[in-house]
Ligand binder design. Structure first.
Ligand code: C2E
Ligand code: MG
Ligand code: MG
Ligand code: MG
Length: 285
């Protein structure tokens, strides 16, 4: 009897104690130091132009290699950076790194055309943002129209008027705007006419589900976007079937593991040298 109880208790404890919960306060402190420790990296995922089958640009995706815990996902530490206010500093660092990396790559290769960087809602609330971005562009030598900023619908929903003002200022500078993960948040058709933007990135769930309902929604959304002179981007394309679907529905651009995972900056020159053949393979499969 006692043995059985002990067994059960052990079992219960075992579950409760793994995995050890990370102390968020400690993690926030580590994140503060991560920039100076050089633990943050930016990786780059190719964005492909469907019709011409060429790389249009890259999306910059932040990575954190913690000195003890190893790789931590941005879906975990970006919210932490937002809670602690670190996001403004980290967000600017990503933009700066991405602009410099792309400028250097363009000097080496004459390509790619674009670099896309994700923006947190909090960055959009910062009135200094347009000026800060102008300074970064000037210092890096990258033309404003080669920078694309990705914002989610929820970023806009929080403070619509401020968001629109900031976006308008950025657009005036020549920066391009993409709406990220479209269809998952507070999707509102009125945003499509009120917001200044250039590209609509439809959330990967619509491409990946394989449901007829999702295909119907995709068709309608793409039609609306194209009527409004916007480009449409498919995210999370993993299979050739998904590629055929987006091709048939006249998406303009796509990204996903089918082409490549996000790539460390050191490997980009090598990747660009091989890409011509790689991407042609997709269509010839
Ligand atoms: P996101 O902007 O929607 O980025 C796309 C995410 O999907 C990335 O995850 C990317 O690695 C992943 N992905 C790309 N292709 C595929 C695919 O074929 N299949 C699947 N299953 N996933 C794919 P990641 O890098 O983990 O980033 C997650 C999110 O974290 C991003 O979503 C973005 O919201 C945020 N994030 C990343 N970097 C930054 C940053 O520098 N600043 C801010 N504010 N947020 C960032
Ligand atoms: Mg994004
Ligand atoms: Mg996305
Ligand atoms: Mg996302």
């Amino acid at each position: 009897q006692a043995k059985r109880a002990g067994g059960n208790t052990y079992c219960f404890y075992d579950k409760k104690y793994e995995p050890p919960r990370v102390d968020r306060y400690q993690l926030a402190n580590d994140l503060k130091k991560a920039v100076h420790r050089g633990e943050l990296e930016v990786h780059y995922q190719p964005i492909v132009e469907v019709e011409r089958n060429i790389i249009r640009g890259f999306e910059a995706l932040i990575r954190w290699k913690h000195h003890r815990m190893g790789w931590i996902s941005p879906t975990e530490f970006i919210p932490l950076a937002e809670e602690t206010g670190l996001i403004n500093q980290i967000g600017l660092w990503v933009i700066q790194k991405a602009c410099h990396d792309m400028k250097r790559l363009r000097r080496l290769h004459g390509s790619p055309k674009m670099i896309a960087v994700n923006l947190s809602p909090l960055q959009l609330e910062n009135k200094q943002l347009p000026k800060q971005i102008r300074d970064i562009l000037r210092a890096s030598g990258l033309a404003a129209n080669r920078l694309e900023l990705e914002i989610t619908e929820s970023a806009i929903a929080q403070n619509v008027e401020t968001a629109i003002e900031t976006l308008q200022e950025l657009v005036k500078m020549g920066v391009q705007i993409s709406i990220d993960d479209f269809g998952t948040g507070y999707s509102s058709l009125s945003y499509l006419k009120r917001l200044p933007f250039h590209n609509l990135k439809i959330d990967k769930s619509f491409i990946q589900s394989g449901k007829v309902e999702d295909e119907a929604i995709l068709k309608a959304v793409i039609m609306i976007a194209h009527q409004l002179q916007k480009k449409v981007v498919a995210e999370g394309v993993e299979t050739f079937d998904q590629f055929e679907l987006l091709n048939r529905l006249h998406f303009d651009y796509f990204q996903g593991y089918l082409v490549s995972k996000p790539i460390p900056v050191d490997l980009l020159p090598q990747y660009l040298n091989q890409q011509a053949t790689k991407i042609t393979e997709i269509k010839m499969l």
